[in-house]
Write a protein that binds this ligand. Structure first.
Ligand SMILES: [Fe+2]
Ligand SMILES: [Fe+2]
Length: 428
């Protein structure tokens, strides 16, 4: 017998551990916490002006959505009905996360994540692993190890961001105050897995006496120059067309911000809706990063490229339904036609601009957009109450509003990219 691989290497095999019901109860609370973290981070992707933190929140909100999904998917294996597993749960944690949504600025938001929720989450997962029998509860154990690894990878990123923004004693005191009040509320709610004592007299929300609404206000620092729009050219003007493609990718942050409204303000949809939108949101942040990475690679300075921001003006005016229909069934669906569309953008980068990095980016951008159109068709079919014709009309209304908004201010030129393209392409 070699204890190293006896029991397939699993530990904790001789402790009675937790019962199926105890495991399910903890996992339900943890899934709820991960879902609320998704919302907290997505909502503040709109309010946070610091560019790199905005992008980081885009990734984290999606990873937490996946964690919530994986935890919920385990529940039906623990004798919880599928309906109950994916339904909204009643938990004292609700008011803690309602309060956390009211973070007034980036230091407060990061304080809640770095000083309270993320360390508590890691500790709770570790406590679970220590308490359960790894042989009996193997599927959860494997799942939690993967979630812990992801949380461990991203907590230092948030900590670095926290150190960057909390750079005075005054901000530190403010951040600590917010963290302390949330920590007290979390303890009184019985902790993230609900195993603690619940003290219903204690967690009194201070700010969540009114519901949190994401402010309709553009929040962006000066990492990039903001312009209204840029001029649109044909493929024959290769250098200008290439610059436009890079700038368009960079400007997709607006689509991500718009999706945050859909994710956080649409109530009562089944869980797969939120998982889909969360993914879509992160994809648009990734597309933004495509533009940023290409700019940095080409100019050695990401700030060489401006961001166009006219899109936010109409996003702020629309309801989430109007906005999502316009994005998914208007703008993105139109990109499926070839030519021009996403495929042509990819071929342009490959054959005309001959730019390897942008070729890779457009290749995956195309793949992602196919997914987004499929998500939009699937989700809007259930979400929209009217006929298919009415839905397409709604999407078209949004597209028209976008065109009108675009013309409200003049377009600006983009930096010259002729040095990036092959000589014969620029002068043809
Ligand atoms: Fe995109
Ligand atoms: Fe998209």
């Amino acid at each position: 017998m070699n204890p190293i691989y006896q029991y397939a290497g699993l530990s904790n095999v001789k402790q009675p551990g937790l019962s199926v019901d105890q495991c399910a109860a903890r996992l339900r609370n943890l899934a709820y916490a991960e879902e609320r973290l998704m919302r907290l981070q997505a909502a503040h992707l709109v309010t946070v002006p610091e560019w790199d933190i905005k992008g980081l929140l885009g990734r984290l909100q999606y990873e937490d959505a996946l964690h919530a999904d994986q935890l919920r998917s385990r529940l039906p294996e623990l004798r919880v009905s599928k309906k109950k597993a994916f339904a909204a749960s009643e938990t004292p944690l609700q008011i803690v996360f309602d309060e956390a949504l009211h973070a007034a600025n980036t230091p407060e938001l990061l304080a809640s994540l770095v000083l309270v929720f993320k360390p508590a989450l890691l500790q709770t997962y570790r406590d679970y692993l220590a308490a359960t029998n790894s042989l009996a509860d193997y599927p959860t154990v494997r799942l939690l190890k993967i979630i812990i690894a992801e949380e461990m990878e991203t907590l230092p990123l948030l900590e670095a961001a926290y150190r960057d923004v909390v750079d005075t004693l005054e901000k530190e005191a403010e951040a600590q105050r917010w963290a302390n009040s949330l920590r007290a509320m979390l303890a009184a709610a019985g902790g993230l897995d609900g195993t603690g004592e619940v003290d219903s007299t204690q967690p009194q929300p201070v700010r969540a006496v009114t519901p949190f609404v994401i402010p309709r206000r553009m929040s962006r620092d000066n990492t990039f120059r903001q312009i209204w729009d840029f001029a649109h050219v044909e493929n024959e003007q290769a250098a200008e067309r290439f610059a436009q493609m890079v700038a368009t990718r960079l400007s997709e942050i607006t689509a991500a911000e718009g999706l945050a409204f859909v994710l956080c303000e649409v109530e009562g949809q089944p869980w797969p809706f939120y998982l889909d939108i969360s993914r879509h949101l992160w994809d648009e942040v990734r597309h933004t990063f495509f533009g940023e990475a290409a700019t940095e690679q080409i100019f050695g300075d990401r700030a060489a490229m401006p961001i166009r921001n006219f899109d936010l003006t109409y996003v702020f005016q629309m309801t989430p339904l109007e906005q999502y229909a316009a994005l998914g069934l208007g703008i993105e669906a139109a990109m499926m036609k070839y030519p021009p569309g996403k495929r042509e953008e990819y071929e342009f980068c490959r054959d005309v601009a001959q730019h390897p990095l942008m070729t890779t980016f457009q290749d995956f951008d195309w793949a992602d957009e196919v997914l987004h159109v499929n998500i939009a068709r699937r989700q809007l079919k259930d979400w929209f109450r009217g006929s298919q014709q009415e839905l397409l009309a709604l999407a078209q209304q949004g597209v028209d509003l976008r065109s009108r908004t675009r013309k409200m201010q003049p377009a600006s030129p983009l930096p010259d990219m002729s040095h990036v393209l092959p000589e014969k392409v620029v002068h043809r």
